[in-house]
Ligand binder design. Structure first.
Ligand SMILES: [Zn+2]
Length: 269
């Protein structure tokens, strides 16, 4: 590798988004006939093989399907061994009492990678499937954004802020997107929003902001479906390549040769 190439590499920050691991308390147990532990580990293996340098792994929620302390402890022990900084926001299946928040609630977490910032936002409301950003977090976010106008900003949260054109999942979206948009509209340095929850790859745009959802590391949901439906497509993750000048590229990667035996009989989430 020439020195020019090396310099180029250093200037680019690489962030990996994983989401919806839905880990069980028992690592041998299945979730919708997929072993989420195995598929999660397979995804991490693929990430480590493809990316020799990673600045951070960001998990956008539903870390646990069985939200017990041991589920979170196992996740943290596994991730710690990778020697890659890792962060997470909670999803509707997570339990706030056990979840490893980056910042104590209700604080918005702010991560720095060169002149990029990632704001970690909690959209989960305990006991509910749909999402809501508490007013304290919105107020904090606004102050953070006011102080970060010379940087490029990513927001990371669990629930999808924009409609997926999938009736059942849109019932469970972020319900106060309009309040978030009221804040975002005041700033021109917010580049993208990444979320989980919908177990599928998607891109939507609002003003100059791109909204990405990302495949789960476990089961996948069928896009554009009015009713709950699983998709027989491999688990995956997203890579983000962030350039100093605020440009970025992103790609979804799916496991190759992953055999999935999903139960098509299941009728609810
Ligand atoms: Zn999920």
């Amino acid at each position: 590798m020439g020195s020019d190439e090396k310099q180029l590499e250093v200037k680019e920050k690489i962030i990996i988004q994983i989401t919806d691991t839905h880990l069980m308390d028992d690592p041998n147990a299945d979730f919708v006939q997929v072993n989420p532990e195995q598929s999660f580990h397979a995804v991490i293996e693929d990430i480590v093989a493809k990316f020799p340098h990673i600045d951070a792994i960001v998990h956008t929620g539903d870390l646990a399907q069985v939200a017990k302390p041991e589920t979170y402890q196992r996740y943290q022990a596994f991730m710690t061994k990778l020697n890659i900084p890792f962060y997470q926001v909670p999803g509707n299946h997570d339990h706030p009492a056990f979840f490893p928040f980056y910042q104590p609630e209700p604080n918005v977490g702010v991560l720095s990678f060169g002149n990029w910032r990632i704001c970690l936002i909690n959209t989960a409301v305990h006991g509910k499937i749909d999402g809501w950003i508490q007013s304290e977090q919105l107020q904090q976010l606004k102050i953070i954004l006011q102080n970060q106008q010379n940087t490029h900003v990513i927001l990371a949260c669990h629930h999808h802020p924009l409609d997926m054109q999938s009736k059942w999942i849109d019932r469970h979206k972020l319900k106060n997107t309009h309040e978030l948009q009221q804040i975002l509209t005041e700033f021109d340095n917010i580049k993208l929003v990444i979320c989980g929850h919908v177990h599928q790859d998607s891109l939507h745009a609002w003003k100059t902001i791109q909204f990405f959802s990302t495949p789960s590391t476990s089961v996948q949901f069928k896009p554009l479906s009015d009713d709950f439906a699983l998709d027989n497509i491999a688990p995956g993750y997203r890579s983000l390549h962030l350039k100093e000048n605020g440009e970025f590229t992103t790609q979804v990667h799916r496991l190759q040769n992953f055999v999935q035996h999903i139960n098509k009989e299941i009728s609810g989430y």
